[in-house]
Every structure is written in C-alpha cells, then in structure tokens.
Ligand binder design. Structure first.
Ligand SMILES: C[S@@+](CC[C@H](N)C(=O)[O-])C[C@H]1O[C@@H](n2cnc3c(N)ncnc32)[C@H](O)[C@@H]1O
Length: 267
C-alpha cells in the first residue's frame, strides 16, 4: 500500500530511524562538491533541511559560520552528535521549518536546500518555501538548490527506455519541480546563475550499468548487485575528471537531481 504524500506523512518519514536520505553516497559527495565550490570564507550560510548534518559540517569548513536548520528532531540530534565529534566550532544546528522562516530576515549570504523542496507535497508549498528563502537571504546573496526536476527525470527515463530498461519512478514522499514553472516563479526575485546536471554520472549509473546488473527498490528496501559499489565509485571518478567537458547539447540535464544557483535580486 502506498502512503499518501502530505506534510504530516513526510514529517513522520523523516522521524523514522530506518529512513535513508540518499543511498547513493557517491552522488551525495558530488552534490556536496558542487555546493562547496560556490562557498567563500566570508560567507554566513544556512543549510535548510540539513538532515544529519554530514553535508553541513563539510560546508562549515569553507565558510565563516554555518546554520543547519532542520525540522526532524531525530536528524537534529544526529547532527548535534556529529558536531560534537567534529572539530568545527562555527556551526549551530537549529529547529526550523522551511515553510516558516520568520525568525530570519536578510541574514544569510548563501542558503542551501539539498533535496528539501522535493519533500513538500505541492507546488504552492514549494513556491512558498522559495519565497521564504528569498526573504532570509541578503540582497545579492546566493540560493543554491540541489533539487530534482521532472524534465531531468524524464530525459533519464527516455534513455532508459531506448535500451530496454523500465523507468525509475518518483518516491511517494517526493514531488519534483517543473523547471519552467520554477523559472517563471523566480523571475524578478532571482537571477539564474547556472543550472548544472550530473549528466555523465547518471548516464553511467542509472542507464549503462543497469543494462547488465540489477538494482531494485529504494532507500532501505533497495537490493543492488555488488557491482554497484565499484561502478558508482568509478562513475564518480569519471564524472570528476571529464563530467563538465561532456555536453548533452539538446538536454541541459540528464537525471533528476541537479544543482541550480540563483542570486537574489535587489530589493
Ligand atoms: C533528502 S533529506 C536531505 C538532507 C540533507 N540536506 C542532505 O543532503 O544530506 C531531506 C531533509 O529535508 C528535511 N525537511 C523536509 N521538510 C522540511 C521542512 N518543511 N522544513 C525543514 N526541513 C525539512 C527532512 O527532515 C530531511 O532532513
């Protein structure tokens, strides 16, 4: 039986100790590298929906001060424990909901949301979250999104179909962004600085290897052949070496997750 996607069911999902945020640790590392390259030593940043704080602690190494804002108590506690075990002293983890950021107003040089908007069950709520981020950014500040879009997912599934693979479906607790709708919404609020796909990584891990090896299920229910631990790692190395040099001319992104950098416009 599938669970209905509501704010409440999503909240419960992230309070469940069995939930896994992202099973593909190589892709998570690529996401972190992508965000990190935009961070500067003078930045005060907020990582909203920071989960267990693993990425937040990496971002803290590059900036002046880092706030990890998270709705789930389970994950905030994990993040606080990770902070105690780390050497970072420029991090605070706080309770917070991206749908209510009224405690913050033009505080941050950079806001990161890494697969957080996709945890909101409607476009109206996602748009409200984007507007909240806008208000808590300094003028000229950066909003770095690592989020999933439908067009990226559709392109990946179209290539899967060409080689006889079934489409990968969207998890019950996720709602991907429609990039065109997103772009119309941010007009006059933000300037698009870049959109970055993990294209080569997706091509190798979600299309090519899957022709020869089995990966079924997701999260804690995923069942994957052993080859994936080696092949995902190899795909990450290849992506790091040559990913940015391979351009998919007609498709800006291949694969659901992508990096998007926006700059807050004045006023
Ligand atoms: C896919 S996980 C990503 C965690 C982290 N950003 C990372 O990349 O490792 C999504 C996170 O968003 C959080 N989240 C979902 N809805 C939220 C909301 N309304 N406000 C704040 N955090 C939320 C979840 O609790 C969870 O920690």
């Amino acid at each position: 039986m599938t669970t209905r996607f509501t704010i409440e069911s999503n909240r419960e999902y992230w309070e469940d100790p069995n939930t896994i945020s992202i099973i593909d640790s190589n892709l998570h590392a690529l996401e972190i590298d992508y965000v990190s390259k935009h961070l500067r030593p003078e930045h005060i940043i907020a990582d909203i929906g920071c989960g267990n704080g693993n990425a937040t602690l990496k971002y803290a190494e590059r900036v002046k001060y880092c706030y990890g804002i998270e709705r789930s108590k389970l994950l905030r506690d994990q993040a606080s424990r990770a902070l105690q075990l780390s050497r970072q002293r420029n991090v605070a983890f706080r309770e917070g909901d991206i749908l209510d950021l009224s405690d913050y107003k033009e505080n941050f040089d950079v806001v990161v949301t890494q697969r957080v908007l996709i945890n909101l069950p409607s476009w109206e709520l996602q748009a409200r979250a984007i507007d909240n981020v806008y208000r808590c950014l300094k003028k000229g500040g950066l909003y770095i999104l690592v989020e999933n879009t439908n067009d990226g997912n559709d392109i990946m599934n179209a290539y899967r179909k060409k080689v006889g693979l079934q489409p990968i479906s969207v998890h019950w607790h996720n709602r991907f962004l429609d990039f065109d709708v997103f772009m119309r919404h941010i007009d006059k609020k933000f300037r698009l600085i870049e959109r970055h796909g993990f294209n080569l990584y997706y091509l190798l891990t979600r299309i090519y290897v899957q022709m020869f090896a089995s990966f079924v299920g997701s999260g804690k229910n995923a069942q994957a052949d052993d080859i994936f631990s080696k092949s995902d790692r190899a795909a990450r190395i290849l992506f790091e070496e040559i990913g940015d040099r391979i351009v998919f001319a007609d498709n800006p992104v291949l694969g659901p997750i992508q990096g998007i950098v926006l700059q807050r416009l004045q006023p």
